[in-house]
Design a protein around this ligand. Sequence first.
Ligand SMILES: Nc1ncnc2c1ncn2[C@@H]1O[C@H](COP(=O)(O)OP(=O)(O)O)[C@@H](O)[C@H]1O
Ligand SMILES: [Mg+2]
Length: 354
Amino acid sequence: MSEKKKLPVGSVIGILGGGQLGKLLSISASQLGFKTHIFDPDPKAPAKQVTNLSSTFDYKDKLALAKFANSVDVITFEFENIPVETIQICEEFTNVFPNIKSLSTCQDRSTEKKFLHEMNIPSSPFVTAKSFHEILQSVNTLDPPLILKTCRFGYDGKGQKIIYSKEGIESAASEFTDTQVILEKLIDFKLEISTIICRDMYGKIAVFDPAENQHQNGILIESKVPANIPFALASDAILIASKIVNALEYVGVMGIEFFVTKDNELLVNELAPRVHNSGHWTQSGCLINQFEQHIRAISGWPIGNGKRHSNVLMQNVLGESVKALVNDSDSSVNIYGKDDPREGRKMGHKNYIT
Ligand SMILES: Nc1ncnc2c1ncn2[C@@H]1O[C@H](COP(=O)(O)OP(=O)(O)O)[C@@H](O)[C@H]1O
Ligand SMILES: [Mg+2]
């Protein structure tokens, strides 16, 4: 199904995935007068704290998915590791946005890189490998330093290994003997930016200003707007982002990460077919934030213009440091409500007006 329809107030939005992104989407949906139904195999998924209905089943449980899809008016997802088959089942009953093409392109780093390559959109040079032997061979095509990444299920820098020299490749390869991986040139970038873009079901596009992002050990630490980049570079990033969402006939919000090289060249790092951590600043910097924007797009409502009214610094709060947020009144605080504050785990975020 992919019927264009404007959902009336009171409709039910189905969300696959109940992490913090699902939670913030659910809150925005409620703000617009919708109800939500969160589907997540984890009974303690944070989004279940703020939803009307929830289902706790495996993403491959056909019967549970059919019941879920039948009970909602549109379905979206908050993370890219939802199996394509799950969406296929849901689609028999109702609209799912973004579409399968977007999900399948973005959930595997090799299909994502090939898509960018076919679109003539610059990204870091890469090769794919599916065995120990193929990883070893990769140094014949690309010179280290390289970064090895699993094609699927990586996040927050997990499933990645930097290879500094030809000698280091064997030990790195031995950790990834039976997973599909890509090896990319390690880019000595000047900075990292991202664009949060939205395309609605009528083809209208709105973008938020690019954010400048800091990562530590592969985890996003902070995003700030405006990014310290020339105007022309920001425009280029927005043009590339528009090209991507148009090509995928994408509906909803997408996050696109870029490297800015020392020569001010833009390389796309990765695509996230969902609301994105580096877009949390929009909660404090824009009239309509990325979560409301996404819900509007998938519900056939008019989307906001993406204009920024304030400069914002967004900081992620990891692990135990979430406890200190109870004493913070200088920032707008979001606590995700996860039980286990493991080291490096995203537990909340805060926005400062700067
Ligand atoms: N080719 C690369 N060159 C340099 N740094 C990289 C490269 N790929 C990833 N990184 C660093 O690791 C971070 C996380 O990698 P990314 O591919 O975005 O995976 P994910 O966010 O899914 O864990 C990036 O934001 C960047 O800081
Ligand atoms: Mg990333």
